[in-house]
Design a protein around this ligand. Sequence first.
Ligand code: UDP
Length: 507
Amino acid sequence: PIVQRATPEIMASTTKPHLVLIPWQGGISHIIPMTDIGILLASHGAAVTIITTPANAPVVQSRVDRAAPPHGGAAPVITVTAIPFPGAEAGLPDGSERLDLLRSPADVPRFFAANKMFGEVVARHCRGASRRPSCVVAGMCHAWALAMARELGVPCYIFHGFGAFALLCIEHLFKHRPHEAVASPDELLGIPALPSFECRVSRRQLPPHFSPSTSMGGGQMQDMREFEAAVDGVVVNTFEELENGSAGILASATGKKVLAVGPVSLSHSPASLDPRTMSGDARRCMTWLDAKASRSVVYVSFGSAGIMPPAQLVQLGMALVSCPWPVLWVIKGADSLPDDVNKWLCENTDDADGVASSKCLVVRGWAPQVAILDHPAVGGFLTHCGWGSTLEAVAAGMPMATWPLFAEQFLNERLIVDVLGVGVSVGVTKPTENILTASKTDGSKAEVVAEVRKEQVMEALERLMDQGAEGEERWRKAQELKLKAKGALEEGGSSYVNLENLVHSFV
Ligand code: UDP
C-alpha cells in the first residue's frame, strides 16, 4: 500500500511525532483539506491520526488510501479513527454528522450540542490511546480541543479552512468593529487588511461572526473566538507567496504562529486523482472535457453546499445555455428543485449522458474538481469563492469569475479580484441564505428572488473567457501563481519548510 495503515502496535512503537488532526465535521470542505494536511504531515515524517465520525470516515479514508508520498519518500503512517457522533443524545436523527445532512436550521443548535459531547468522547479516547499525541490540530468549531490538549500537555493548533487574508480581515473586524459604525447593511466599510490595500465590503457581506442573527447562536460564536484567541498557532491552507504577505501580518496581528502549508490539494499526485480510473460522474466529466478544445470550457461550481434559490438558478442557466462556450455545470441540491426548474434544466441543457458533442454537461452529484481545473480544455471557473475552490483554482492556474454566496466568500472575492488580479466579479451584493443564516425555527425556503440577471452573468463570462489583452493578462497572472503554488510544496519551498519545521519541532 502507498499509505501504511497504522495499527495500534505501529503507533505505539513508532518514534515519529504523533499529530492528531480532528477536522470540523460541519462540511466536507473542512474534512478534505484537513485530510490533505494529514497526508502532507505524514509525508514529512509524522505519525498522523485523523479523528472523525463514522459517516465522514469513508471520505477521509478514501483520500488517505489514494495518497502517494509527494517526494517519493517512505510510506506515510496515517490512521483514521471513527468515533461515534452523539447526535441521538442531542435529539438528532441517525447520520446527522454534517451540517449539510441536517433536516433544517432548527437542528443546528442540536448539532453544536452533539459536537460538545463528541469532544468529551474524543478526549476520553486520546487519554486512553496507546500513543499520546505530540500535538493536536483541531477544526474551527472544536473549541473543546483546547482543554483536551492542555490536559495532555501538548500544543493545540486551529485550522479554520479560511485563507490568511480573510482571517486577517476577521481579526480586524473583531478588534476594531468598523461594521458597528455603518448605518445600513449595504453601506461599504473599509478593512485596512494589508498595508497597501483596503478591503471594501458591505456589512451584509461579512461572515456570520458579524451577523446579528445566526442559527449557531452567540454562545457558540463566543466559544470559537475564545478558542482561536487561546490556541498556540494557526494552520492555513495557503502559501506564503500568495495573499500578499497576509500570513506574516496575521502572525503579528494575533501574536500566534501562522503556518502556511498549502496548497494542500497538491498533496495528491495527478495520477492518484485521475477520474478516468473512477466511475460515474467523474469519468463522464473527463470524457466530455477530452473532446473539447483547449481553454474553451467554462467550469461552474458553487462548492459542496452552495444551493441557489430556483429563480436565481434559472437566470444563471439562461446565461450558461446561451453563452458561446461549452459549460460544465455542477448543481447541488437538485433533488429539491421545483418541478418547473427541473423541466427547464432538462429542456435546455443537452448533456444527453455527457455525449462528447453536447454543449452543456450538468453534474448533479460530485464532480472531480481538482482534475477538472487541471484539464487543458478548461479556460475559466465560475466559482462561489470558497477558500478550497479558490486555492485549487490558483494551484491550477485558472482565472475565476466570482459569485460569492456566504461565509467569508465576499472577502475572498476581493482578494481574487482586487489583490491577485486573477478574477472578474459577477457583482453580487447580497449573500444567499444557508443553514447557518436561515431563521432558527422555520425550515421555510429562502425568498425566491434572483439578484443577478442573465445579462450580468453573460458580461462576467465574456470578460472571463476573453483572450484579448485583459483576459490574457489575467491568464498570465494565474499561470504565474500556479508555478509559485507548486514551488511552495517542493523541497525547500515555503510550505515544505513550514511542514518540516512543524513536524520536527516535536522530535
Ligand atoms: N468539491 C468537489 N466536487 C464537487 C463539489 C466540491 O470536489 O462537486 C470540492 C472542491 O474541490 C473543494 C471543496 O469540495 O475542495 C469545496 O470547498 P470550498 O472551500 O471551495 O467550498 P464550500 O464547500 O466550503 O462552500
